[in-house]
Design a protein around this ligand. Structure first.
Ligand code: ATP
Length: 256
């Protein structure tokens, strides 16, 4: 089977400082990969290199695009990458404000993504938007409200609807449950798990929360000081960690 994403030898430096280095992995269709590690270990740098937000200094990221087959997203033209981000990819930010348009209604936030991929019929756009708000547990009556009138959990659910409405194949998530109350996190996690399964999504999720990877990720990558120090099936890595650092991480000795 062709990997959906094939990552080879990615390195990103900030001057002399290493962001991440020597990262290699394949992600297959329908797989969810978790990336964990303490603060500053290089998780966000790697995610941003994979999603095309940062240009790595070395390495390749090959994506199996529906229309053309495998393409190197590091060297592709910016316009092409932007098109991928609107159609086959999605990016869920930790802070919903970074992924929403705060001055646009909830329905508009979802609907404009449909318009960006060519939807023109107002009635259909409104209907699909309402349907998606329902799927993320936002009442119909809130469709014309702006996200600024929503709670943090609702904003995050709206960001998820905005990202998934166009039916992406690959979703990048940066601490999707970070910054939320514990009870809100649990509900959001449940919702995400349902959507990922139902839509057969592939995803790469950065988190410092092992409960998030336990619930969502098939595979897990552990990072420290910019390096991947262990990777494998989530249950295997968490239940039988090989690296001393992962053992500390799992035994909660480390605060990540
Ligand atoms: N814009 C930048 N300029 C310089 N150094 C940076 C920049 N962004 C990140 N770094 C450095 O790169 C390394 C990896 O940082 P990164 O933000 O990727 O880690 P992280 O694991 O995502 O951390 P956190 O969980 O705190 O977000 C750190 O040493 C960090 O200081």
């Amino acid at each position: 089977m062709t990997p959906l994403l094939s990552v080879k030898n990615i390195e990103k430096r900030y001057g002399a400082r290493i962001g991440c280095t020597g990262v290699n992995f394949d992600l297959f269709p329908g797989e969810v990969m978790g990336i964990v590690g303490e603060s500053g270990s290089g998780k966000s740098t790697l995610l941003n290199c994979l999603a095309g937000h940062l240009a790595p200094d070395q390495g390749s990221v090959t994506y199996d695009r529906t229309s053309t087959g495998p393409v190197d997203t590091v060297t592709m033209a910016e316009a092409e990458r932007r098109m991928l981000s609107r159609t086959e990819w999605a990016f869920v930010h930790q802070n919903p404000r970074d992924g929403l348009r705060m001055g646009v209604s909830a329905g508009g936030n979802v609907g404009e993504r449909l318009m960006a991929v060519g939807a023109r019929h107002y009635g259909n756009i409104r209907e699909t938007s309402t349907d998606w708000l329902g799927r993320v547990e936002i009442a119909d009556s809130r469709i014309d409200d702006r996200p600024s009138a929503f709670s943090g959990g609702m904003q995050q659910r709206l960001q998820i609807a905005r990202n998934l409405v166009t039916g992406p194949r690959l979703v990048f998530m940066d601490e999707p449950t970070g910054g939320l109350d514990v009870s809100v996190q649990a509900r959001l996690l449940d919702l995400l798990r349902g959507l990922v399964r139902e839509m057969g999504l592939s995803a790469i999720i950065v988190t410092h929360d092992l409960a998030v990877v336990r619930l969502l990720a098939d595979r897990l990558m552990v990072m420290k000081d910019g390096n991947v120090i262990e990777q494998g099936l989530t249950d295997q890595v968490l239940d039988d960690p090989q690296a001393a650092y992962t053992q500390l991480l799992v035994s909660s000795v480390l605060q990540v």
